[in-house]
Design a protein around this ligand. Structure first.
Ligand code: NAD
Length: 308
């Protein structure tokens, strides 16, 4: 056991499986007392079970760590308040919140139902807001805290995941706003875009495509299949970086999003204007037709029109 998070109290949502489990174990390995929060549902968000959270708590305890289970639904505002309260009731304070809980309902935009859109936004974006809201009330008063949110590189433009991508980029926007609101109170808020071979990424379709590609066969597979290395990305490899980001050493790292998976830690650039034109006075439509080609020329189209 290390001591980088000795005497800290952490909540990790979605900690019953995959990446959240690895983060909960890493934080506990560094001495934090951990609330292992997980509804225990299916990948699509249906169902619930206590087993996943309890298993991780038992795993932690077997290694000499301190952990308790919590089985709330992060997408519900009042449940989120109970999640934060469970840290106070059991351990007396809250130093670290890691929002990891997530689901998938992948569909192309033209086929997506309102329910598929709503449910994914509810768990990822509302879930992150709900827990963060109640955590910041405490952290602002105590003038310390670490909030780490989970985004995804899918937010950079995965065609079959409009709901997930919107939620994950929303989380980055939320992270930047929270960072600037709570930084002066000694609280930091950052986001990770992790990678790991979990039930979320290694779906039966992806597994089948990976198998085919290993035989040298060309496969136009589902999202994820292009990343043969995915299989070797251990979800536990995300935890050590989160342990650092949650530590006192990272006190001045605030408002950024990071890539983290086996073998890679990287920091993303912040969006910035790459080309602009200027004029004194109001724009006319003719101005636009004359000037916009200047600032849009050479911009690659990620999905150019194809012949029918
Ligand atoms: N695995 C990857 O490569 C990858 C890549 C990018 C982002 N992510 C993100 O990382 C996070 C974890 O993903 P994973 O691959 O470990 O998935 P996972 O399905 O293995 O784990 C997600 C956990 O969240 C829990 N959960 C779902 N809805 C919940 C709710 N409403 N309340 C409480 N708990 C809930 C589930 O029960 C599950 O245990 C997600 O936010 C995901 O979007 C994962």
């Amino acid at each position: 056991m290390g001591e980088h998070l000795k005497d800290k109290v952490a909540i990790v949502t979605g900690a019953g499986r995959g990446i959240g489990r690895g983060i909960a174990l890493s934080l506990a390995d560094e001495g934090a007392k951990v609330v292992v929060e997980d509804l225990g549902g299916e990948v699509d968000g249906t169902g619930a079970a206590k087993g996943p959270a309890d298993d991780v708590v038992n795993e932690n305890k077997a290694k000499g760590g301190t952990a308790i289970s919590c089985y709330e639904d992060v997408s519900d505002y009042e449940s989120a308040e109970r999640i934060i309260k469970s840290a106070i009731d059991n351990f007396g304070k809250l130093d670290i919140l890691v929002n990891v809980a997530g689901i998938l309902r992948d569909r192309m935009i033209f086929n997506m139902t309102e329910e598929e859109w709503d449910r994914v936004l509810k768990v990822h974006l509302y879930g992150t807001f709900n827990c963060t809201k109640f955590a910041t009330v405490l952290m602002r008063q105590q003038r310390s805290g670490r909030i780490i949110n989970t985004s995804s590189s899918s937010g950079l433009g995965s065609p079959g995941q409009p709901n997930y991508g919107a939620a994950k980029e929303g989380i980055v926007g939320l992270t930047r706003s929270v960072a600037r609101a709570v930084g002066k109170y000694g609280v930091t808020c950052n986001a990770i875009r992790p990678g790991g071979a979990t039930r979320m990424t290694l779906s039966p379709e992806v597994l089948a495509a990976l198998e085919k590609r290993k035989t040298g066969e060309f496969v136009a597979g589902p999202a994820g299949a292009e990343t043969l290395e995915l299989e070797s990305m251990r979800p536990e490899d995300v935890g050590p970086f989160v342990a650092w980001l949650a530590s006192d050493d990272a006190w001045n790292v605030n408002g950024y999003d990071f890539e983290i998976h086996s073998g890679v830690v990287g920091v993303y650039s912040q969006p910035t204007i790459i080309r602009s034109v200027h004029k004194v006075g109001s724009w006319t439509v003719d101005d636009m037709f004359q000037l916009c080609p200047l600032i849009t020329k050479d911009l690659p189209n990620p999905a150019p029109p194809q012949p029918k």
